[in-house]
Design a protein around this ligand. Sequence first.
Ligand code: NAX
Length: 332
Amino acid sequence: MAEPINVVVTGAAGQIAYSLLYQLAAGSVFGPNQPINLRLLDIAPMVDVLKGVVMELEDLALPLVREILPTADPAAAFKDAAAAFLVGAMPRKQGMERKDLLAANVKIFKDQGEALDKYACKDVKVLVVGNPANTNALICSHYAPSIPKENFTAMTRLDQNRAQASLAARLGVQVDKVQNVIIWGNHSSTQYPDAAHASVELNDKVSSVPAAINDDAWLNGVFVEKIQKRGAEVIAARKMSSAMSAAKAAGDHMRDWWMGTKPGSWISMGVVSDGSYGIPKDIVFSFPVTIKNKKYEIVQGLSINDFARSKLTITAKELEEERAEAHQVLMP
Ligand code: NAX
């Protein structure tokens, strides 16, 4: 058995963490041979709730879980962290402008970036789930200059999973028969879910998804909008935002980062742009990536038609605006 690694979950008293923690404890993210010390960070008023979460984690009676630390102190939470799920964020309250939400969150992710910089392992893998996830990840990385910026990512895996499930349903196949759908850009309603390079295994033969569906109007219209608005659809029905599926996606994202992607397949992650596909540098943009030895590479050379280009431009512009707003909050 390996030595335990320290895994941080922020927003640990919240609803996504509640589903995520079970996956971590059960070994479905870091593997069945990797013991973990759980560091549960939330804000001070939630510490009593955290105690209940700790009791439940103990009552799971799962052998991979070693120490569990519930805390409101970022220094204690991030000490020697090997992986961090930054789920906790300020929720949007009634009457709150998008700008106010961004301002509140930018401050949280600045503080957590500084704590990661000071206390975490230098190769810590950071996955930001809390919204606005892409810009929060950018800010966090900015305030943790001693950690490579490649180690900060934002979650668009839920959007990818939604897109994959939607295409599989349309094609009448099992969900894992669809591969390589891409989420480009921001985890927001400007994201571009792109099936142009996706493949499907149909009757023992692999075909392209656009050819198999043979309905570009649906792919460019109904499909794109459905994925962009799926989060709102869940909220309208459940009166709460996606949690079980968000936690599963966070587990998928970190597992693939830790273990690598399968040959021939890629996944989407928000990563600091290096200018690939003409996207401005220094925004956290969701790209298709392959992963090996815990390092991702942006998939290169995919064709981008005019329709896709217009969508990429819109979502990149939104991220540049968010970055400008964030800078204004931090350096007025
Ligand atoms: P909850 O409101 O259930 O839980 C959030 C928790 O974070 C609370 O316990 C709160 O006290 C804690 N928190 C707030 N500030 C904190 C801080 N400074 N340090 C540590 N903890 C802090 O929200 P939940 O449904 O779990 O969602 C969490 C975040 O995920 C939200 O920002 C949400 O918008 C975002 N999502 C992101 C998704 C993505 O695909 N990237 C999808 C799902 C979800 O909407």
